[in-house]
Design a protein around this ligand. Structure first.
Ligand code: HEM
Length: 474
C-alpha cells in the first residue's frame, strides 16, 4: 500500500513537472490557479468582479498577467497596436451565436471579418448617419419629453436605470426600420424583452465565452436544440429572436435578392441595406442567417453599450456638480452665439458645433474611460512567429491568447496619472498635446481592425443626449 502511494505521488509529480517544463507561458506571473484552470476566470466573472480582480492582479504582478492557462492580459497602451494589428484574429472566446453562423462580431479570421465588416459599413459612415440626424433629434426630444412628463415634472425621485435603454432601442429601431420602437412594437412587450434578454443571458454567455469547449458540448446537437433559446420560446431571448425574424420577414419583399444591390437613391432603412444592398466580394448577397446574427448583435451591442454610457456619464456628472456647472456654462456660451439664443435645441445646434464643444466631449471621454461599457478583455491570437513584449517581459509564442480590458486600461496610472480613479474631464483639455497622445490609446471603442463600427453613431447619440439632458436640467 505505501509503495502504491509513493508510486502514485511520483507519477503525478512527474506529470506536473513534465507539463510545467513544456508550458511556454510558465514564466508569466499571475494567480497560481489561473495558470492551471479557466475556472478561475469563470468564478471571478460569476461573482461580477473579474475586471476588478484583473486590475488588482496587474497591480500585484505587473503589466502582463497570466489569466487562464493559455491567456495573457496586458495593461500597457503601447502593446495595443501589437495585439490588435490589422490582421489580428479572434479566438473561440467569441462564441455567442445561437446558430453557429458567424456574424461580424464572431468572425474569427481577418479575411472573413473584412468581408463581414465591409458589406455593412456604409450606414455607419458620418455622411450616412447625418442623413438620420433629424430622426435622432426627434427620438431624443420625445424621450426627454416622456421623461419629463412621467417623472421629472412631478419633482419625485424615480428609477432612471431603464430609461437610457428605452432611448437606445428606439434609436436602433429608427435606423433599422425608419420608425420608432413604439410603432413596431405597439404593446411595448418586445421592448421589455429587449431590455431583459441581455441581463438574463449575459452571465451564462460570458462564462461560456471563457469555456468554449463546454459550449460545444452543451449547445451542439440534440441537447443544444433543447438548451439554446429558440425564436418564439418563452424566454426573453426567444421572444427577441422571434421579433427579429418577424422584422426580416416584413422587410423581405418579393424582390429577388441578387446581391447586386438595388439602386435606391432615397433613404434606405438599415434592414433593407442588409437584405438588398450588402454585397460580398463575389457579388453574392448576405445569407439570411448572417443577417440574423448581425441584427442580434445590433439589437444588444448597439443599445446596451450606449445605454450604459449615457447612464454613467449622467451619474458621474451629477456626482461632480462643478463639472455639471462647467458643462452648462459651455453650452450656454455656445448657444448664445447662435440664432437659437435662450432656446438651445438639438434641431438648431448643428452637429458640427456639438462635436467640437471641448467640455462636453471631455465629459464623455472621461466617463468612457472610467466606466467603460465593455469590461471584458477582447482576446486575440498571437500571430505566427510570436511576439516580443520587451526585454524584461519576454516572448509570447504563436497561438497564445492575449487581450486587454478597456475598463482596466482606463485606470492605468502611468497613462492617466495618479488621479486615474477620479472623474476629471479637465485631463483631456488642459494639455492638448497630451490629450492628443492619449486619444491614440482610447480603448473604450476597441482597437485596430475590429474597433467599434458604431463609434461615430455612438458618439453622436452621446453628445446629443448629454447636451439635451444638460439643457433640460437648467
Ligand atoms: C458607447 C457606445 C459603444 C461602445 C463603448 C462600443 C464598444 C465596442 C467595442 C469595445 C467593440 C470591439 C469588440 C471587440 O474587439 O471584440 C465594438 C465593436 C462593435 N460595435 Fe460597438 N460600441 C458602442 C456602440 C455601438 C453602436 C451604437 C453600434 C451600432 C449600432 C455598435 C456596433 C458595433 C459593431 C458592429 C462592432 C463589431 C466591429 C467589428 O468586429 O468589426 N457599437 N464596440
Amino acid at each position: 500500500m505505501p509503495l502504491l502511494l509513493v508510486l502514485t505521488t511520483l507519477a503525478i509529480t512527474s506529470c506536473c513537472l513534465f507539463y510545467w517544463l513544456r508550458d511556454p507561458l510558465r514564466n508569466f506571473p499571475g494567480p497560481r490557479l489561473a495558470s492551471i484552470t479557466r475556472l478561475y476566470s469563470v468564478a471571478a466573472l460569476w461573482y461580477g468582479k473579474e475586471h476588478e480582480l484583473i486590475l488588482k492582479a496587474h497591480k500585484k504582478y505587473g503589466p502582463v498577467v497570466r489569466w487562464q492557462p493559455n491567456l495573457l492580459l496586458v495593461n500597457n497602451p503601447i502593446l495595443l497596436p501589437i495585439i490588435y494589428h490589422h490582421r489580428s484574429e479572434k479566438t473561440p472566446h467569441y462564441n455567442s451565436s445561437t446558430t453557429g453562423v458567424e456574424g461580424i462580431i464572431e468572425s474569427k479570421t481577418w479575411q472573413t471579418h473584412r468581408i463581414a465588416r465591409t458589406r455593412i459599413s456604409q450606414p455607419f459612415t458620418l455622411d450616412a448617419i447625418l442623413q438620420d440626424e433629424k430622426l435622432l433629434n426627434e427620438s431624443i426630444a420625445a424621450w426627454i419629453h416622456k421623461l419629463d412628463d412621467e417623472h421629472a415634472s412631478k419633482g419625485m425621485e424615480f428609477d432612471f436605470t431603464q430609461w437610457p435603454h428605452i432611448l437606445g432601442h428606439d434609436i436602433n429601431m429608427i435606423r433599422l426600420t425608419g420608425v420608432p420602437m413604439s410603432h413596431v412594437d405597439q404593446t411595448g412587450s418586445y421592448l421589455m424583452h429587449l431590455i431583459k434578454a441581455p441581463r438574463d443571458g449575459a452571465k451564462m454567455t460570458q462564462c461560456l465565452a471563457r469555456m468554449p469547449w463546454l459550449r460545444s458540448i452543451l449547445f451542439e446537437g440534440q441537447i443544444g436544440n433543447f438548451l439554446m433559446p429558440q425564436p418564439g420560446d418563452k424566454t426573453a431571448v426567444g421572444q427577441v429572436l422571434q421579433f427579429r425574424d418577424g422584422l426580416i420577414e416584413q422587410f423581405c419583399s418579393s424582390t429577388e435578392r441578387t446581391g447586386k444591390g438595388r439602386l435606391l437613391d432615397q433613404w434606405v432603412p438599415f434592414i433593407c441595406i442588409m437584405i438588398y444592398q450588402a454585397v460580398n466580394p463575389d457579388g453574392s448577397a448576405m445569407r439570411t442567417e448572417e443577417i440574423k446574427e448581425d441584427l442580434t448583435h445590433l439589437f444588444f451591442g448597439g443599445s446596451e453599450t450606449v445605454a450604459h454610457a449615457i447612464r454613467a456619464t449622467i451619474l458621474l456628472i451629477s456626482k461632480n456638480p462643478s463639472c455639471g456647472e462647467k458643462l452648462i456654462r459651455e453650452i450656454n456660451d455656445t448657444t448664445n452665439h447662435m440664432s437659437s439664443i435662450n432656446n438651445p435645441d438639438l434641431s438648431t445646434v448643428p452637429y458640427n458645433d456639438l462635436a467640437t464643444l471641448p467640455y462636453l466631449n471631455a465629459c464623455i471621454r472621461e466617463s468612457l474611460r472610467m466606466d467603460s461599457p465593455v469590461t471584458s478583455y477582447l482576446p486575440r491570437y498571437v500571430k505566427p512567429g510570436g511576439i516580443h513584449l520587451g526585454s524584461n517581459i519576454g516572448f509570447v509564442p504563436k497561438g497564445t491568447e492575449i487581450g486587454c480590458s478597456p475598463w482596466v486600461l482606463g485606470r492605468n496610472q502611468d497613462m492617466y496619472g495618479h488621479d486615474a480613479d477620479v472623474f476629471r474631464p479637465e485631463r483631456f483639455i488642459e494639455d492638448p498635446d497630451r490629450a492628443m497622445h492619449l486619444s491614440k490609446y482610447d480603448f473604450a471603442w476597441g482597437y485596430g481592425n475590429r474597433r467599434c463600427l458604431g463609434k461615430i453613431l455612438g458618439m453622436m447619440i452621446l453628445r446629443k443626449t448629454i447636451f439635451k439632458v444638460a439643457t433640460s436640467a437648467q
